[in-house]
Design a protein around this ligand. Structure first.
Ligand code: GLN
Length: 482
């Protein structure tokens, strides 16, 4: 499978042009996307135009960056000037942003070739991509199963080789869980490391953009390109961005890894448990010291999240009022116009979250729910802080199960919410988290190992992920897709 570095070498050696590489990606999308349905929109003209510009630079022997000419998919909740951005919602069916998100602007500047906008659960609310207002994405490893969510389109597109890398967003696990279910690398950076400017807001204190890739180095290269201070995002961290590829070393000597005890309890598929334990044992052989860590308040993450995220969502989604953005249902009064438009434009899960969030923020319930959840959030952060006094990286499963069947959990929101049991605490604490492939179950479905780092210590995650990847073969497996 071709990596960013290999493609870059081919480009600078003039063995292949950016137009050829782009055309190959577009042909692959043509061949498989009818089955996988990763893309809501393929931006072929835009992609070929970008590729031509890269080729013109190469022809003039101008220097090009690593991402120049590399096909990339973008989750359709990041604004792209002149290119429709739906957020997976019918309410934004006709929304063409007049401005560019910071991440896509950075990629444009780097010469990366956006091949399309990928499918997602409506407003990034979900764990299976079945809440999309447009289509259901399939898992490339088994088309009857879900790719995970909410960034299921971006994960599936990379797993199915429809693009080299992609961007997703992660509020409670939406990069790591689909990465795990699709057998690719997915990273949620430290809160504030990557600008959220132009990312359609779901829960602003939790949302973070990050990369999907088929190998760790590609993820490190992509993170380096999108990270960095942005005055347009008030939560952006002003810190120097290292070259993340400097952390890609084969040994884990001197590094301490902590296994989170509480994550190996009830609800965890025994095959996932065994596979993740084997992966942890493998880290020892690479030189890591492995200890057990207790995060006793971790299990309150899920209930706290389902107060905080809907509260923020209910406030963020108030802007879809039929006036400023998207579709409009005409009516005789202003209130009727609002309600008719929102009733038609939002799907059931989004409505459910708006109702929960409006309730938890209402006078009389605010203290009992919202404020209480914020206190729980602090306690979870304290558990992590205590853990990172003893270890460099925490590890646990990414998802309690492998990919489930489409339709299996759609009528039971609580069982769907449980998919993110192990990823949510990381968002609540603002920490970086990564999922890497670490094996398969008996049905040949991928299993993910989650690595969690302290604030801004993405480097440690890359080191562990790379050493593990280079000494195993999981990342070389490809889905049985024709
Ligand atoms: N599944 C979680 C939710 O529905 C997380 C989604 C996300 O990270 N965007 O809220």
């Amino acid at each position: 499978m071709t990596s960013i570095r290999e493609l870059h070498q081919q480009l600078v050696n003039k063995e292949r042009s950016a137009v050829e590489i782009t055309t190959e990606a577009l042909e692959r999308i043509n061949a498989v996307d009818e089955q996988v349905k990763s893309f809501l929109q393929v931006t072929a003209d835009h992609a070929l135009e970008t590729a031509k510009k890269v080729d013109a630079k190469i022809a003039k022997n101008e220097e090009i960056g690593l991402l120049a000419g590399i096909p990339i998919g973008i989750k359709d909740n990041m604004c792209t000037t002149g290119i429709k951005t739906t957020c997976g919602s019918q309410i934004l069916a006709n929304f063409v942003p007049p401005y560019e998100s910071t991440v896509t602007q950075k990629l444009k500047d780097a010469g990366a070739v956006m091949v399309g906008k990928t499918n997602l659960d409506e407003f990034a609310m979900g764990s299976s991509t079945e809440n999309s207002g447009y289509q259901v994405t399939a898992n490339p490893w088994d088309l009857s199963r879900v790719p995970g969510g909410s960034s299921g389109g971006s994960a599936a597109a990379v797993a199915a080789s429809e693009c080299v890398v992609s961007l997703g967003s992660d509020t409670g696990g939406s990069i790591r869980q689909p990465a795990s279910l699709c057998g690719v690398v997915g990273l949620k950076p430290t809160y504030g490391l990557v600008s959220r400017y132009g990312l359609v807001a779901y829960a602003s204190s939790l949302d973070q953009i990050g990369p999907f890739a088929r190998n760790v180095e590609d993820a490190a290269i992509l993170l380096g390109a999108i990270a960095g201070y942005d005055a347009k995002d008030s939560t952006s961290i002003n810190t120097p961005i290292p070259d993340y590829t400097q952390f890609l070393k084969p040994s884990l000597e001197g590094l301490t890894v902590g296994v989170i005890d509480e994550t190996f309890g009830e609800g965890l598929d025994p095959v996932v448990a065994k596979t993740v334990q084997d992966a942890i044992a493998h880290l020892k052989t690479l030189g890591a010291k492995v200890v057990n860590i207790s995060c006793p308040r971790f299990r309150y993450g899920l209930p706290a999240y389902y107060i905080i995220a809907p509260s923020e969502a209910s406030s963020n989604l108030a802007r879809y009022d039929a006036v400023k953005y998207g579709i409009r249902e005409d009516a005789d009064t202003l209130i009727d116009m609002y309600t008719k438009t929102r009733a038609k434009g939002f799907g059931n899960e989004v409505k459910r979250r708006i109702m929960i969030g409006t309730y938890t923020l209402s006078a009389g319930y605010y203290d009992a729910y919202y404020l209480k959840a914020q206190k729980v959030r602090t306690l979870i952060k304290q558990d992590f802080d205590a853990g990172f006094e003893k270890v460099d990286v925490l590890v646990c499963p990414t998802s309690p199960t492998t990919a489930f069947k489409a339709g299996e959990k759609t009528s039971d929101p609580l069982s769907m919410y449980l998919s993110d049991l192990m990823t949510i605490p990381v968002n609540l604490a603002g920490l970086p988290g990564m999922s890497i492939p670490c094996g398969f179950d008996e049905q040949n479905l991928p299993i993910g190992l989650q690595l969690i780092g302290n604030v801004l210590e993405e480097g440690n995650l890359f080191q562990v992920a790379y050493a593990y990847e280079q000494s195993t073969d999981w990342h070389n497996q490809v889905p049985p897709l024709k």
